[in-house]
Write a protein that binds this ligand. Structure first.
Ligand code: NAD
Length: 294
C-alpha cells in the first residue's frame, strides 16, 4: 500500500548520469510503501557551475522538494545555500545532504557517518591505534573525521598535494584534542604504512576513469587492514592487491549505501532498511557489470 504523501528529493552535481542514488532511494521508498521521487539535477547539462548551487537549493525549496543530496563539485558551494549546518557539516566544511523544513534549509554531511558505519560493520574490531589516510580531499576529510570520532589514537594524512594534507590535519586536530592528527609527505607512505594498523585510500585512483593503484603493492602486509572509498568499480586494483597480500579489506560500496541510507532517514524521518539497500546496491552494480560485459 502506497501512502498519500509524496517525497520529492534529488541530487545536484555534475556527471551524475550513472549515479545509482536515484534507484537506491526510490527502490527503498517503494519497499517502504512511500511515494518517493529522486531527481538528477546535473549542473553541467544545465550550463551551470558550482557557484549556482545556493540558487538551485533555494529554487528546489520553492518547488516543493523535501531535500537534496549534493555531490562533486558542489559540496562546498552548498554551505552558503543553507540556513543552518549540522555540527558535522560545519566541521567538515562540506554539505552532501540538505533537508528542507520549517527551520529552513539545513545542511548535513552523511559521508562521514556512512564511512564510520561501513568500517564498524565491514572490519569489526579493526585496530585504530594508528591509521593512515591517503587523499585529503572531500572523501579524505569525511573518513578522517569518522576515524577520529571512532576513537583513532593517531591519524597520519598524506596527499600528492602535501598542503592539502597539512590543511586537513590542522582543521581536524583542534577538534580531537586527546588524539594525534598529523600529516606526512607522500614519499613517506611506505614507512608510515609499516607502522600503521590500517590504511584508508581516498584518492580517485582506481576509479574506472583513473585506473591504477596509489599504494605500492610491497607496502601491503597481512597485519594492515585496507579500506578503499572508491566504489566504481567495487573491486579496485588496491582492494585486489590488498586481498592478495592477506590484508583484511573493505570496498567503498557500503560507505556509499550507508550515506544514502542516512540521507533517506533525514529526508523522510523513516528508518530505511540498510541491509535491503545494501542488497539492492549489490544487485544494481552487478547488473551494471553485466551490461559492460555484454
Ligand atoms: P577530491 O578531488 O576532493 O580529493 C582527492 C585528493 O586525492 C586530492 O587532494 C588529490 O591531491 C589526492 N590525490 C590524487 N591522486 C593521488 C595519489 N596518487 N596519491 C596521493 N594523493 C592523490 O576527491 P574526493 O571527492 O575526495 O573523491 C575521492 C574518491 O572518493 C573518488 O573516487 C570518489 O568517487 C570517492 N568517494 C566515495 C564515496 C563513497 O561513498 N564510497 C564518497 C565520496 C567520495
Amino acid at each position: 500500500m502506497v501512502s498519500g504523501r509524496t517525497y520529492l528529493t534529488g541530487l545536484i552535481g555534475t556527471g551524475i548520469g550513472p549515479s545509482l542514488s536515484p534507484a537506491l532511494h526510490e527502490n527503498e521508498g517503494t519497499a517502504l510503501g512511500l511515494r518517493y521521487l529522486y531527481r538528477r539535477i546535473d549542473i553541467g547539462d544545465a550550463g551551470l557551475t558550482a557557484a549556482d548551487t545556493p540558487g538551485l537549493i533555494g529554487s528546489a525549496r520553492l518547488l516543493g522538494f523535501d531535500g537534496l543530496n549534493i555531490t562533486h563539485p558542489c559540496k562546498q558551494a552548498a554551505l552558503s545555500g543553507v540556513s543552518a549546518l549540522s555540527p558535522e557539516a560545519e566541521a567538515l566544511g562540506a554539505v552532501n545532504t540538505v533537508v528542507f523544513g520549517d527551520g529552513g534549509a539545513i545542511g548535513h554531511n552523511t559521508d562521514w557517518s556512512g564511512f564510520g558505519r561501513s568500517l564498524r560493520r565491514g572490519l569489526p574490531g579493526a585496530a585504530l591505534d594508528h591509521v593512515a589516510v591517503l587523499g585529503a580531499g572531500g572523501a579524505g576529510a569525511a573518513v578522517s573525521y569518522a576515524l577520529a570520532r571512532l576513537g583513532a589514537a593517531r591519524l597520519t594524512l598524506l596527499d600528492a598535494d602535501e598542503s592539502r594534507a597539512a590543511a586537513l590535519a590542522a582543521s581536524l586536530a583542534p577538534r580531537f584534542g586527546g588524539q594525534h592528527v598529523g600529516h606526512a609527505p607522500l614519499a613517506e607512505l611506505t614507512p608510515v604504512l609499516d607502522r600503521a594498523d590500517g590504511l584508508v585510500h581516498a584518492t580517485p585512483t582506481g576509479m574506472a576513469g583513473h585506473p591504477g593503484m596509489a599504494v605500492p603493492a610491497d607496502a601491503l602486509r597481512p597485519e594492515l587492514w585496507v579500506a578503499d572509498v572508491v566504489y566504481r568499480p567495487l573491486e579496485t586494483e588496491l582492494v585486489r592487491a590488498a586481498r592478495k597480500a592477506g590484508c583484511p579489506t573493505l570496498d567503498g560500496g557500503p560507505m556509499a549505501v550507508f550515506q544514502a541510507a542516512e540521507a533517506f532517514r533525514l529526508f523522510t524521518g523513516v528508518e530505511p532498511d540498510a541491509a535491503r539497500m545494501l542488497a539492492d546496491f549489490e544487485r544494481l552494480t552487478s547488473t551494471e557489470q553485466e551490461d559492460h560485459d555484454d
